[in-house]
Ligand binder design. Sequence first.
Ligand code: Z5A
Length: 211
Amino acid sequence: MSRPCFVTVEGIEGAGKTTCLELLRVRIEARGQRLLVTREPGGTPLGEELRNVLLGHRHDGMADDTELLLMFAARAEHLHARIEPALAAGSWVLCDRFTDATYAYQGFGRGIDLERIRALEDWVQGPRRPDLTLLLDLPVELGLERAGKRSAPDRFESQAMAFFERVRRGYRELARAAPQRFRVIDAARSLDQVSRQVVDEIDRFLDEHGL
Ligand code: Z5A
């Protein structure tokens, strides 16, 4: 039996992660794999409280380092309480955002030195890294337009356009640096076209794992 995999989905706001996650869930479970679907920041009771702190407007002026450390505090709890136990029990894990989001938002977006993020990544995660990451890539204006149709903007969604341009550029650089792990999906296309590519990518990955 092949080992369970850790799959993550990334992208700027409004990229279509929600639809993508559901497609992935259906395809992975159809191959008979048990699956934990979760998200960051969040995924545990403590992580969800930290998510409210991070996304809400109660702490609008929080320091960039505070934001970074809270992201990793939520991640440490998530790994300890849910991700590692699930993988150890043979379940796949599908996560809406993970540490690539920290590189993209806190690193490229806020301007925190990437080496500091790498140090925290090593400390909190040990050797754990995703096996597969789907990056939904689309122009910032389109993502914000899609996201904006829903609800009042949270603390991240209230950032200026230039911030999201840096985040998008960051994600693309991360994908270029790790082509064996990333699959980049052009999320500007129709929902049908995007869905087809997502299904193709995960089916190929599952085939490669003999499932
Ligand atoms: N964050 C961070 O800074 N550092 C970290 O380490 C981590 C996170 C882990 C919360 O994430 C915030 O935390 C996030 C980064 C930061 N910043 N923000 N904001 P989140 O994932 O919970 O929040 P989000 O990015 O805002 O999620 P989202 O807006 O829900 O994005 P989405 O899930 O990708 O979008 P969606 O709901 O699937 O799609 C948006 C709309 O577009 C929806 O109406 C769809 O029906 C529509 N859509 C989707 N695809 C299409 C296509 N192809 N055509 C037409 N319409 C479409």
